[in-house]
Structure formats: structure tokens, C-alpha cells
Design a protein around this ligand. Structure first.
Ligand code: MN
Length: 735
């Protein structure tokens, strides 16, 4: 026992010394005394606590302090003290006031921002969202809160192996949903990529390990190639007298996986896996831009460049302050290589992001300062909006992290600005709510597109409407702007109210016809609702109003009542579930999927998982929804409502079939459609539910929906579809 204590003590001292060595150069004598005081207090408060790995807890705050100083570049004494103390208020008996007394207001305020709200758990609100909003509130006053929080999250992600699978999923989703975008907004590129890679490791382990292995297998080949590419470049740059370094780099696992999934291509076809970075040490700051363009000139005279992929962030830095020149050139053996060119100063700022600016506050150039201020002002506006719930706040905050915008023209040539990724529907709502509510599509540059089509910079859009059109829940997946979302929700609420009224009128009229005068609270209606498995009269009226009611069942019930028999009320679904689970010897919180329909589990319409996909369940009022673990909607839910997560996995045998959508692109030729149908229904004996095909300029672009029973099966079918002559691509779609 004593040996263990002794050993722990040594580990703690070693890592503390390591921290001090790391930040030594930046600290004054009195700073060191303050850091020591913070360390001693943290050590005392966390004393016997252990991390899930079994290590002494104190190693976590020490490591967070090291990341803050070393990897984020925030090396002022306040930040290090706060990092060391970041968990004491949340996890020990210490209070904010104690911290204030010992370390002053600034430290207390930052630690408060890093401490979760304690108190009653209200299942209808989201504590996760409330906590995030609180952190952002304090961040808007002192950016260090966010930087320390990111260091904390990074260390937790690096050590996530020790957590339970549900916690891994929750933390990884939240990281992907909120913290990686935040790191991006603050210009911390390395941290953003590492957070994304690590979250992929837990949300899509198969994909992660597949790409990782592929990268390892091809590492030596890649290095040889990069060497071949940079040698002549080095010679020529030396000749013109530039001081520089060149490094080869590889895209992150996450970005490669994203490309593969989005474009439906294999690893080998992701063309810009190679990237090279040239960093110039300019003799004079005024020469930075000219030097970068010199490098570009040499590249362009040696290789073919792709003009569509030239990015000039020298003249127009990104909103997060990023400056560089990016170009893609055709290297030896016909491979595309992305080259990033930047000065040493730009390089440091790109690695350190906002921390670099924060530190050299007096040196920040006014353009960057104003861009950052604009963002912070926008965040403050959101924080001050009393109508935003914590969850809506997160939604809005997230969209503020991606400030990329697109410019769209109205038919008259007026310019509208929308966030990147906006659709026809967003544009319609941007102009007028009624235009949005009745939108059926648009003419975009004279081509007819559906209402969920994404818009691009410079598009001219004429909205097409129909009086019969009205918004549905599904539309919420098609829009990006809050304006559109709110308008859709409002319209749905309004319509529901109208439909309930209509249903009520129909029902009352029917009762009158039957010469019955019964109060809606009458026992017979309670029996009827139970018989139809409808929760309340409102819902009954609504379904009646929208003609979504099984009239056969209503008549059945009436017949039974006429004959004075008691209607048999179906056993409650929950009871039934319990029975089945018990029979299989399973825990109620562990769903084994397979006979999904029978158990009343619902397949989420947003991602339509099928056996083989890794899945997660969410408890909703009308049942448990099954999502794919990498579904956008699920990631959002896990970030806000971790308590609703239900572990789920597929059974081995699948006798149930699931709907999938496959998008196909190819030449528009005679017999193409019948070839496609033949592969799916004759060769694989699958039921096709729908086929939608657009053709233009000799190309067809179609979506086919059909039923399969596993991921293996769909892969097999897609491979066969790709073999059809003239088919250019076939991809499984997730929405
Ligand atoms: Mn922590």
C-alpha cells in the first residue's frame, strides 16, 4: 500500500515539474509562487480522488495546464492557475468564494465559467445546454474560459478509453457537435483536428480504424512521394534567396473519412491526401505577401495548377483570422498535391489561433480585431435574447461558428446573404414567411430544383409556390437559418390547431348524426382511445382532421360497442417489451434490435439505420427511436439530452427489411432504368419502393428507395449497380 502511495507521489511531482519546465520561460518569480499555491490547493482538494484510469486525479488538471501553456500557447499565470483549479469547485467541497478570497476576481470568474451548474435535474430542459451557455456567457467576457475548456476537453478525449461506452458516445458527440467547431472558430487548427479524429474514434470506430490502418500502410510510399515533390522546389526556392522550411503533411483521419462518405468514394480516390506546407521566414514583414506569391510563381511554372482551388487568404483573411495562400497542383504520377504557403508569423498564429492574438493584444492588427469583435458581439446579442432557450441558443451559437456566407440574387437582382449550406427553402423564408410556407421548389439559374436543394454563391433564385403546399416536420431537416426553422415550427403549430378544430367538428357532426350527445370525457371515449392506442382526444381530433386515422378500427370499435361487448384493450406496449426482454435475459436499458417493428422501436427517418450500422437509441414520448451513431440529429441529441440515450445493437439474424436510399448518377441511355431495376429486383430480389429520376444534358441523376436487411447486402447491391455500363456512381444516402 505504502509503495503505491509513494509511487503516485513521484508521478505527481514528475508531472508537476514537467509543467513548470514547460512554462518556465514565460514566468516571473512571483508567478511561480502563485502557480505553486494553486497546485498545492488543487492537490489537497482532489487528494484521494482517482480518475477512471486509476491514476491520481490531480494528474488531469496538471496535464490540462500543460496543454493550455504548451499546445494552446496561453502561458500567462492566470490561465495556468485556472487550469490547475478548473475542477475544484465542481468536484470538491471548495466554493467559488473560497477561490475568490485566495486568487482574486479574475480567477474566480474563469473557474465559475468552467463549473457546471448544480441543482435539480429537470428532464424537460437540457442541463447540458444550460452548462454550455453559461461557459459561453463568461467566455464572451474573457476568452480564456473557452481556451481552458478546450484543453480540458482535449485531455478527456485523449483518455476516453477508460470511460463506459455510453459516456464515450455522449462525450464524443458533444465534442464533434460543439467543441471542435469552437476550436475551429478560435483558429486552433491542430486542436480542432485532433478533437475530430478522437470523436470519430468513438462515434464510428470501424471507419476510424479503417482509415488509420490505410494511412499507416501507405506511409512510406507517401513520404517517398512527398520527398520527390519537394526536392526540386527546395532547390529553386534556395536559388531565389528565400529562407524557408517545407514539411509534408497528411490530411486528418476525420477529413478523409468525411470525403469518402460524402462523395461515396474509396480511400484510394481521396485525391488530396497529400499536402505540403511551405513556411517562409521573410526578411521584412512588408515582404510577407510578395514572398508567398513568389513561391506560388515557382510552383505554377513547374506544375499544372488547378485554378478552381486557389485560395487567397492573404488578401482576404478568413473570419477566424487565418492567413495563407493555398493551391493544388498536379504533381508527379498525376497526383494532386495541396500546397499551403505562409509566413512564419502566419504559421504561429495558425497554430495558436486566438491565443496568439490574445497574448499580443497590443499588436493585433485592426482587421482581425474587428472580425473577432464582430463575432463576440453577435454571441453577446444571442446571450441577451430572452426568447432563446438554452437549446436554441446552442443552435444559434453553432451557426455563428461557421461564418462562411453565400450571396444569392433575387429575380430582380437584389442581393441576399445566407449562411453557407442554405437551401431553396431557407431563401424562400428569408424573403417572406408566406413564400416559405407555400414553397414547392425554385428556378435556380433557370433550372428547376426541389425545395431542399443547396444553393451556391451567385445563384439567382425564383421561388415556385403552390397554394396547396404547407410545411411538415420533415422541412426542419431542409433548412439552416433560424428564421426558417421558427417559421416552420410556427406554421406546423398553427396547422395542428386548425386540424384539431376541423377533426372536432367532423366528430361532433358524426355524433349528431348518430343522435348521441356525449361529453368528450365520457367513459366510452376513453375506451375508444385505448382501443385505437391514441394518447388523448386532441390527438384523435388531429388525426381525424388530417385523415390519418384508421376508420376501419373505429368502425370495429363501434360494432363491438353496439353488440354491448367490452372492447378488448391491447396490452400496453411497455409491458410487452419488458416481457420480451426478460425472456431474452437482457437488461431493459440494453436493446437488441432485430424484431424492431414488433417491439415498437422506431427507425429514425433522418438516418434510416439498417443492421450493420452502429446504432444508438433515444427515448422519446412515443417510443424509442433508433439512429445511426454518426447521424447528425443523433449527435445533436446526445449533446443535449444524454440522459435519453439507450444502448442498442443489432441481433445476428435479420428477418426484417429496412428502407434505404441510393443515389445514382450516370449516362442517360436507353434501357438504363430497366438495368437498374433488374439488378435490384431480379438479381437481388428486393422490393423497390420508389424511383425518382431527373435527366439533363445526357446525364441522369436518380434516387431509388428499396428494402434490404443489412449493410453487407446494400454494399453488395451497390457494387453490382456500379457495374452497369454507363453508371458513374452509386452512393447510399442518409437522408
Ligand atoms: Mn476537467
Amino acid at each position: 500500500m505504502d509503495g503505491k502511495v509513494e509511487k503516485d507521489k513521484n508521478i505527481i511531482l514528475k508531472s508537476y515539474k514537467n509543467l513548470i519546465t514547460t512554462c518556465d520561460a514565460y514566468l516571473k518569480k512571483e508567478d511561480k509562487a502563485l502557480i505553486k499555491k494553486a497546485f498545492n490547493l488543487s492537490l489537497f482538494l482532489h487528494k484521494d480522488a482517482k480518475r477512471k484510469s486509476g491514476e491520481p486525479y490531480i494528474l488531469h488538471p496538471i496535464e490540462v495546464a500543460r496543454i493550455v501553456c504548451n499546445e494552446i500557447g496561453l502561458n500567462d499565470v492566470t490561465s495556468i492557475v485556472c487550469a490547475l483549479l478548473h475542477d475544484v469547485v465542481e468536484d470538491t467541497f471548495a466554493e467559488i468564494d473560497d477561490i475568490r478570497k485566495e486568487f482574486g476576481d479574475t480567477v474566480a470568474k474563469i473557474i465559475d465559467g468552467l463549473t457546471k451548474i448544480s441543482g435539480v435535474f429537470d428532464p424537460t430542459s437540457s442541463t447540458q445546454a444550460e452548462n454550455f451557455r453559461k461557459m459561453i456567457l463568461i467566455m464572451s467576457d474573457d476568452i480564456r474560459v473557452a481556451l481552458i475548456k478546450l484543453a480540458d476537453r482535449l485531455h478527456n478525449m485523449r483518455t476516453l478509453d477508460y470511460m463506459k461506452p455510453e459516456s464515450q458516445l455522449k462525450i464524443a458527440s458533444e465534442t464533434r457537435f460543439l467543441y471542435a467547431p469552437l476550436a475551429h472558430r478560435l483558429g486552433l487548427y491542430n486542436i480542432k483536428s485532433e478533437l475530430e479524429d478522437l470523436s470519430l474514434k468513438y462515434t464510428e470506430p470501424d471507419t476510424y480504424h479503417f482509415v488509420k490502418k490505410k494511412l499507416e500502410e501507405t506511409a512510406s510510399e507517401r513520404e517517398a512521394y512527398i520527398q520527390k515533390f519537394i526536392t526540386p522546389l527546395q532547390e529553386q526556392l534556395t536559388k531565389i534567396g528565400l529562407n524557408f522550411t517545407i514539411k509534408g503533411r497528411v490530411k486528418s483521419i476525420y477529413s478523409i473519412a468525411q470525403k469518402m462518405q460524402r462523395q461515396g468514394i474509396p480511400f484510394e480516390e481521396v485525391y488530396d491526401i497529400f499536402a505540403v506546407r511551405v513556411v517562409i521566414d521573410s526578411k521584412d514583414p512588408s515582404l510577407e505577401h510578395a514572398d508567398c506569391w513568389k513561391v506560388y510563381g515557382i510552383l505554377a511554372s513547374n506544375y499544372d495548377t488547378n485554378p478552381n482551388r486557389l485560395r487567397d487568404w492573404l488578401t482576404y483573411p478568413k473570419n477566424n483570422g487565418y492567413e495563407a495562400l493555398h493551391t493544388t497542383v498536379m504533381g508527379p504520377q498525376g497526383k494532386w498535391v495541396e500546397v499551403q504557403i505562409r509566413s512564419k508569423r502566419m504559421d504561429i498564429e495558425a497554430e495558436m489561433g486566438i491565443a496568439a492574438h490574445w497574448k499580443y493584444k497590443d499588436k493585433i492588427d485592426s482587421l482581425k480585431e474587428s472580425k473577432f469583435e464582430t463575432w463576440i458581439n453577435k454571441v453577446q446579442e444571442l446571450l441577451n435574447n430572452p426568447q432563446l432557450s438554452a437549446i436554441d441558443f446552442i443552435e444559434e451559437f453553432k451557426s455563428s461558428l461557421y461564418t462562411d456566407e453565400i450571396y444569392i440574387f433575387t429575380p430582380k437582382g437584389d442581393l441576399k446573404t445566407l449562411p453557407k449550406g442554405s437551401t431553396v427553402l431557407d431563401f424562400a423564408y428569408e424573403i417572406h414567411t408566406q413564400l416559405g410556407n407555400h414553397c414547392i421548389g425554385a428556378k435556380v439559374n433557370n433550372k428547376v430544383l426541389s425545395l431542399n436543394a443547396k444553393l451556391h454563391n451567385g445563384d439567382q433564385v425564383r421561388i415556385l409556390t403552390s397554394k396547396k403546399q404547407f410545411p411538415t416536420e420533415e422541412w426542419l431537416h431542409f433548412v439552416t437559418t433560424t428564421k426558417a426553422k421558427n417559421a416552420i415550427k410556427e406554421a406546423i403549430k398553427e396547422r395542428r390547431k386548425n386540424m384539431i378544430q376541423k377533426g372536432k367538428e367532423i366528430f361532433e357532426w358524426r355524433l349528431k348524426q348518430l343522435q348521441l350527445s356525449l361529453d368528450e370525457n365520457h367513459q366510452v371515449f376513453k375506451e375508444m382511445l385505448a382501443y385505437l392506442q391514441i394518447p388523448d382526444m386532441k390527438e384523435f381530433y388531429f388525426r381525424l382532421g388530417t385523415h390519418h386515422i384508421d376508420l376501419k378500427k373505429v368502425n370495429e370499435f363501434v360494432e363491438l360497442k353496439k353488440n354491448n361487448l367490452d372492447a378488448p384493450i391491447p396490452q400496453k406496449v411497455n409491458e410487452f417489451e419488458k416481457l420480451v426482454l426478460e425472456k431474452r435475459g437482457l437488461q431493459p436499458d440494453e436493446l437488441v434490435m432485430g424484431n424492431v417493428q414488433q417491439l415498437n422501436y422506431l427507425i429514425a427517418p433522418c438516418c434510416q439505420p439498417i443492421p450493420g450500422d452502429s446504432i444508438v437509441g433515444f427515448t422519446e414520448p412515443n417510443g424509442i427511436y433508433i439512429h445511426r451513431t454518426n447521424c447528425k440529429e443523433a449527435i445533436k441529441l446526445m449533446s443535449n439530452f444524454a440522459s435519453k440515450i439507450v444502448k442498442a445493437k443489432w441481433t445476428e439474424h435479420h428477418d426484417i427489411e429496412f428502407l434505404v436510399s441510393v443515389r445514382m448518377i450516370g449516362q442517360d441511355r436507353m434501357g438504363m432504368l430497366s438495368n437498374i431495376v433488374k439488378v435490384i429486383s431480379t438479381q437481388h430480389k428486393k422490393y423497390i419502393r420508389s424511383i425518382k429520376i431527373d435527366t439533363e444534358d445526357g446525364l441522369f441523376d436518380g434516387t431509388i428507395k428499396f428494402y434490404v436487411s443489412s449493410t453487407e447486402e446494400i454494399e453488395h447491391i451497390i457494387n453490382n449497380l456500379k457495374k452497369i455500363p454507363g453508371v458513374l456512381n452509386a452512393i447510399r444516402m442518409y437522408s
